[in-house]
Design a protein around this ligand. Structure first.
Ligand code: E4P
Length: 217
C-alpha cells in the first residue's frame, strides 16, 4: 500500500519524505489556502521534494475550458504533477482530454461507486473517495463500505485507476483500507505520526531497557 501525505505544508513534507514511507503528496485548495503560500510556487517546491512521486494539484475553475487552462499550467510545473479534478460532468470531460494528452488525473470529491465508475471510464489515474466525510455525513462505516465496493467493482473490470483513500480521520481507516486492498491512502501528517505508535511498544521498550540496566549493575 502506498502512503501519500495530505498536506501543502512544505516544511512538513520536507520532514516526512526522508523517512522513506511517503510515496506521494495530495493537496487541495483548502490546504493551499491554509499554507498561506502561492499555489504554483508551493506545488513546485513539493514536486521537487517528492522527486518523481505523484503530487496532486487541484484546479479551481468549474468549467471545462477553465479546468483545461489551469491543468495545462499546473502540469507544466513538473513532470510528477497530477491534476486533481472534481467529480462533475465538466471535470470528467476535462479528465478525458487530459488523459488523451498523457496528463495524469486524480478525480476528487467522490462519494459513490457510480462516481468512481465514471472516473475510471474517463481514464483517471487515481480516484479519491472521501471516507471521513462519508462517515461524518452519512453513517460511521459508510466510507469503508464505499472503498470495499470500489475495490471489488474495479477488480471485476480490470480498470487501471488506483483507489486513493482520502479524507482519512484515523489509523483504523488506514488499516481497514489496507485489508480491503485499496492502492493508496492519503494521510494528514498527524495520523502518519500516530501510525508508529502502540502503548505496548512503549511499555515493552521501557521493560527491555530497565532489565538491561539492572543486568549491568
Ligand atoms: C485529499 O485528496 C482530500 O482533499 C482530503 O483528504 C480531504 O480531507 P478532509 O475531508 O479532511 O478535508
Amino acid at each position: 500500500m502506498k502512503f501519500f501525505l495530505d498536506s501543502a505544508d512544505v516544511a512538513v513534507i520536507e520532514h516526512w519524505y526522508p523517512t522513506g514511507i511517503v510515496d506521494g503528496v495530495t493537496t487541495n485548495p483548502s490546504l493551499i489556502a491554509k499554507s498561506g503560500q502561492p499555489l504554483h510556487a508551493t506545488i513546485a517546491k513539493i514536486a521537487a521534494i517528492a522527486e518523481g512521486d505523484p503530487v496532486s494539484a487541484e484546479v479551481v475553475a468549474t468549467d471545462h475550458e477553465g479546468m483545461l487552462r489551469e491543468a495545462t499550467a499546473l502540469s507544466q510545473i513538473a513532470q510528477n504533477v497530477v491534476i486533481k479534478l472534481p467529480m462533475t460532468p465538466d471535470g470528467m470531460s476535462a479528465c478525458r482530454d487530459l488523459r488523451a494528452r498523457d496528463i495524469r488525473v486524480n478525480v476528487t470529491l467522490v462519494f459513490s461507486l457510480a462516481q468512481a465508475l465514471i472516473a475510471a471510464k474517463c481514464g483517471a489515474s487515481f480516484v479519491s473517495p472521501f471516507v471521513g466525510r462519508l462517515d461524518d455525513h452519512v453513517a460511521p462505516g459508510a466510507g469503508m463500505q464505499l472503498i470495499d465496493n470500489i475495490v471489488t467493482a474495479y477488480d471485476q473490470y480490470d480498470y487501471d485507476t488506483e483507489v486513493l483513500v482520502a479524507s482519512v480521520r484515523s489509523r483504523d481507516h488506514i488499516e481497514e483500507a489496507a485489508v480491503l486492498g485499496a492502492d493508496i491512502v492519503t494521510l494528514p501528517p498527524k495520523i502518519l505520526g500516530e501510525m508508529y505508535q502502540h502503548p505496548l511498544t512503549d511499555k515493552g521498550l521501557e521493560a527491555f531497557l530497565r532489565d538491561w540496566k539492572e543486568s549491568q549493575k
